[in-house]
Design a protein around this ligand. Structure first.
Ligand SMILES: C[S@@+](CC[C@H](N)C(=O)[O-])C[C@H]1O[C@@H](n2cnc3c(N)ncnc32)[C@H](O)[C@@H]1O
Length: 412
């Protein structure tokens, strides 16, 4: 969210205001292992997606107005100085009823999103797991390791209120957490990542083709690829390449291979492993290593280990790209920083706050990359014309209608 870029909300109940909410959930792209949804399940998801959009576009501007008119003046009157950092801004906001209302409603939509998504997936778990098994059993492109230790930064956290996070298996062959993650993510994205939730991956491909036109990767690795939302566009854009997704979670990997095959993408393998230790791959194994919205769910130690592994695994001239929400920087207003920090404190993303203040350039250099070979950029989620036929094509960071991320990377 970037509240400062949101336009002023239209007057309440203005009949002339154009509808700017999310599209109907029924536009979502389906495949063999995608859960079926009843009328009531669909309307629950539609309600939550529209509630999210309402909170971001209509309620957040009210929180900003309260911050400017009440929170900041009260803080300065009490302390005799301006706020020093985002922590002071967040703690001051906590006292304000506008923030309290927004925060409670946002948490409620997150919890209800998980309930809604899990219920649909769980009630048809035998059918979904059987389809996943049909598509993946005996396929060498799925490699699971039941003895893999799940690190505490994953096992101790139900990320964004998702029970069991990505990795929990409730019975052998389980793919339910993958199904929930895939089909009800619409509540959060509102379709902005496209009907296959792949707008981030298409954006990365566009960035690579524009900035590295001669790059022809043969071996691509995505660490923390989950069900492959952002990875499939890479495999599709470079069909001659051999792509590997590694992830800790068996349910998302099982679901991911079934989904990829059903969508006709055959050049990806799904491997259960930790990005911290990829010693099964020799040095210089990959031309391109990608992570997408991944770093914020690690720990400092894990991030450092993963950066070091990426350095070791890259071929000379190969690239690593990490796509993430923007880092906190002095030019980002404290209000925006405090609102972005909400995920760390109230949405079960404990590393979010720390990760977004880290000096990632210094971390990359410490991992062995050369400072003058670091890459900095930005990508905007590629708009899905089927969902938003009237959207303008541009590369600006328009947080109101599209998703925008930062890219930090390096050439080895
Ligand atoms: C926020 S999701 C990433 C989203 C995904 N890249 C996408 O674009 O849809 C984080 C993923 O990282 C995985 N993960 C966390 N720590 C990991 C590690 N050390 N090694 C591999 N995967 C990890 C989690 O299981 C989860 O699937």
């Amino acid at each position: 969210m970037n509240a400062s870029r949101n336009p002023q909300p239209p007057a309440a109940n203005d009949p002339s205001a154009a509808y700017d909410g999310p599209p109907d959930y029924r536009v979502i792209g389906r495949h063999a292992v995608f859960p079926e949804t009843s009328h009531d399940e669909i309307e629950r998801i539609n309600f939550l997606a529209q509630m999210n959009r309402h909170l971001a576009s209509r309620v957040v501007p009210g929180v900003k107005a309260a911050y400017d008119s009440r929170v900041v003046p009260e803080f300065e009157a009490r302390h005799g100085r301006p706020m020093a950092d985002r922590h002071e801004a967040r703690r001051a906001l906590l006292e304000d009823p506008a923030f309290q209302t927004w925060s409670a409603l946002r948490r409620m939509t997150m919890e209800q999103r998980q309930q809604a998504g899990r219920w649909s997936a769980l009630r048809q778990r035998e059918r979904l797991n059987a389809i996943a098994a049909d598509l993946t059993d005996g396929d060498p492109r799925l490699s699971l390791d039941p003895s893999l230790p799940i690190p505490r930064y994953v096992s101790a956290v139900d990320h964004h209120c998702m029970p069991g996070s990505y990795h929990t298996e409730y019975f052998p062959g389980d793919a339910v957490n993958g199904a929930n993650y895939d089909h009800a993510g619409f509540v959060t994205t509102g379709g902005l990542l496209g009907k296959y939730s792949d707008g981030g991956g298409h954006a990365v491909v566009k960035w690579v083709k524009r900035n590295l036109p001669d790059f022809r990767p043969q071996k691509i690795l995505e660490i923390g690829g989950t069900v492959g939302h952002s990875s499939l566009p890479l495999a599709q854009a470079f069909p001659e390449a051999d792509m590997t997704i590694v992830d800790l979670g068996a349910p998302v990997l099982r679901y991911g291979l079934a989904r990829a095959k059903s969508l006709g993408v055959d050049n990806i393998r799904f491997v259960q492993a930790s990005g911290e230790d990829l010693s099964m791959y020799p040095d210089a194994s990959f031309d391109w290593i990608q992570t997408t919205m991944f770093l914020h769910e690690l720990s400092t130690k894990a991030l450092r280990a993963i950066f070091a592994e990426t350095r070791r695994l890259l071929k000379p001239g190969g690239i690593v790209l990490h796509v993430e929400q923007p880092q906190y920087a002095p030019e980002m207003p404290l209000f925006e920083q405090a609102m972005r920090d909400w995920d760390a404190f109230y949405n079960n993303e404990p590393f979010w706050s720390r990760m977004h203040e880290m000096d990632l350039d210094a971390e990359m250099v410490a991992a062995g990359f050369e400072r003058d070979k670091l890459i900095h950029g930005g990508v905007t989620g590629v708009v899905d014309r089927e969902l938003f036929p009237d959207a303008e094509e541009d590369d600006t960071e328009d947080y109101g209608r599209k998703a925008a991320w930062h890219v930090i990377g390096a050439v080895a």
